[in-house]
Design a protein around this ligand. Structure first.
Ligand code: NDP
Length: 330
């Protein structure tokens, strides 16, 4: 058990005592953790079943979609920016009566009939909990990645691209996020490389075709071994995994876009079952191993798309509604 998990466990064991010292303790039907597409959809469906619903979000309403400059595969919207889509989903949820608070969850007690969620600011109780915490950026774990974070190394092209106007940049990764980032950067940077460790990208073919049209240079079968520089990044050391050849590539920016790891620390500490990739295990009704606790979106793994997150959020909310109704009749 890691130190942080021990801290959380201790915190949970003493919840009943701590509760007396909190000023406010609010009761909800459903508490949703995470305001990405899954959490917001769960909120919309739950509130329309006349449930009292709250979403707790740590960073920003919209989650990972805020990082997408363009979304082109969400039905009903030909082209929409991730931010606009997030704003629309957030407003719809709020207008329907979902309470969204910005706070960070520090501990959860999920095994009792009434669940307790402890945040930095408060403590909340709910009859059902939906975990929609998504994931956080994966790191390469190479020299220079941490040292040059914010000094040429970025995990968010949408946020940082303007700083790289007319520079040479490299995007690392072969999925849809990396290809999206490379496409976006190609509009701003002088030159954009996309470096992927395999022969083939796994991104959508439509997107891949655009890479060629926009002049992005693909460097395949290649890994980045080190990020170099003095004050700022000035080059990367890359190795061809087939030939073993190592060379330096002059770049002023490195965008790491190699997927995410699920944010499940709190859930795991509270006894929610995860699989070997640390995704929360759910059944077709989005139920976890703990009665009254559901999960939806990227945190459950599988096909991580906005459309699937929305679908899972809907199912989780309707399952939570059924659970609450069944329990209130007893
Ligand atoms: P993915 O997991 O799909 O892709 C990650 C990429 O990074 C893979 O190509 C992988 O290589 C590579 N990679 C992983 N670890 C390393 C490492 N240590 N070193 C080098 N390369 C590494 O993540 P994405 O963030 O791209 O996408 C996540 C999900 O979100 C996907 O389902 C995607 O389709 C979806 N998405 C949808 C968008 C949309 O507009 N609808 C936009 C962006 C993402 P390998 O192939 O070898 O495993």
């Amino acid at each position: 058990m890691r130190y942080f998990e021990i801290f959380i466990s201790i915190h949970i064991i003493i919840i009943p005592d701590i509760a007396r010292y909190y000023d406010i303790e609010k009761m909800y039907d459903v508490i949703i953790i995470g305001a990405g597409p899954a959490g917001l959809t769960a909120g919309i469906y739950a509130v329309r079943r006349a449930l009292k619903v709250m979403i707790i979000e740590k960073t920003a309403v919209g989650g990972q979609i805020l990082l997408a400059k363009e979304v082109e595969n969400y039905p009903g919207f030909g082209h929409i920016s991730g931010k606009d889509l997030a704003d629309k989903m957030g407003s719809q949820a709020r207008d329907l009566g979902v309470e969204i608070i910005m706070d960070e969850v520090m501990g959860m007690d999920l095994k009792r009939e009434i669940k307790t969620i402890i945040t930095r600011e408060n403590q909340y109780r709910g009859k059902a909990v939906i975990i929609a915490t998504g994931g956080i950026h994966k790191k390469l774990g190479i020299r220079g990645e941490k040292e040059f974070a914010g000094k040429g190394v970025s995990f968010c092209a949408t946020c940082d691209a303007p700083f790289f106007k007319d520079k040479i940049v490299a995007v690392i990764g072969g999925g849809d996020s990396a290809v999206n980032d490379a496409l976006y950067l190609s509009e701003i940077a002088k030159k954009t490389y996309l470096i992927h460790r395999r022969e083939h990208l796994r991104a959508e073919e439509v997107r891949q075709k655009k890479l060629l049209e926009r002049g992005v240079e693909l460097i395949l079968n290649t890994v980045v071994e080190e990020i170099n520089g003095d004050e700022l990044v000035d080059s990367i050391s890359i190795r061809n995994v087939k030939t073993g050849e190592i060379k330096k590539l002059d770049v002023g920016g490195v965008f790491i876009s190699i997927g995410s790891v699920p944010s499940t620390l709190m859930a795991r500490s509270a006894g929610v079952e995860v699989n070997e990739r640390e995704h929360i295990v759910v059944n077709k009704d989005q139920e976890t191993n703990i009665p009254g606790v559901f999960a939806a979106g990227d945190v459950t793994g599988g096909i991580m798309q906005i459309s699937t997150a929305v679908g899972e959020g809907c199912i989780a909310a309707l399952s939570a509604y059924k659970y609450i109704k069944n329990h209130s009749r007893q």
